[in-house]
Design a protein around this ligand. Structure first.
Ligand code: 5GP
Length: 136
């Protein structure tokens, strides 16, 4: 079967394809690859990005097998979506980021340049982040 990240690492994935249980975040969730955990419960894991773009760069993921935000929005139960959204906010608040401000980002598919085919929300903070998209 063709999976969402069969194009290889660092290439944007096709978010319309089925979930690939061998993606890197699935391996992190199974404990096969170490991570620097910031928060964990039965449904959510938050950990430091291996290649931080700013002083605070956390990835928040649901433990369920969702390729992207699109997949999550369509297939996850309301209770799981509500829990995930609340936890993203709580994690940022617990890191002291509400007062200085922070940014959330979810890349989806090719134009979003999503590289890992397991839904993740980037949480950026710790310095002024500038305009929303890179200006060329
Ligand atoms: P995307 O482009 O899919 O939105 O972002 C994927 C993110 O996952 C990148 O910021 C990348 O640095 C991060 N990442 C990729 N592999 C690993 C890993 O093995 N561990 C951690 N902690 N982060 C990873």
């Amino acid at each position: 079967m063709v999976h969402a990240n069969d194009k290889g690492p660092f290439m944007p994935i096709d978010a319309t394809l089925p979930y690939d249980p061998d993606n890197i975040f699935a391996k992190i969730l199974r404990g096969e690859i170490p991570n620097d955990t910031v928060y964990e419960d039965d449904h959510v894991l938050a950990f430091k990005d291996i290649n931080p773009q700013v002083p605070i760069h956390i990835l928040v993921i649901p433990k369920g097998a969702y390729v992207s935000w699109d997949d999550f929005a369509i297939t996850a139960p309301d209770s799981e979506i509500a829990h995930f959204v609340r936890k993203v906010g709580e994690i940022a608040r617990d890191l002291g980021l509400v007062e200085p401000g922070y940014r959330l980002l979810a890349n989806i598919g090719a134009h979003g340049h999503q590289e890992v085919p397991h839904l993740h929300v980037h949480l950026f903070g710790g310095k002024p982040l500038g305009p929303m998209l890179a200006r060329s």
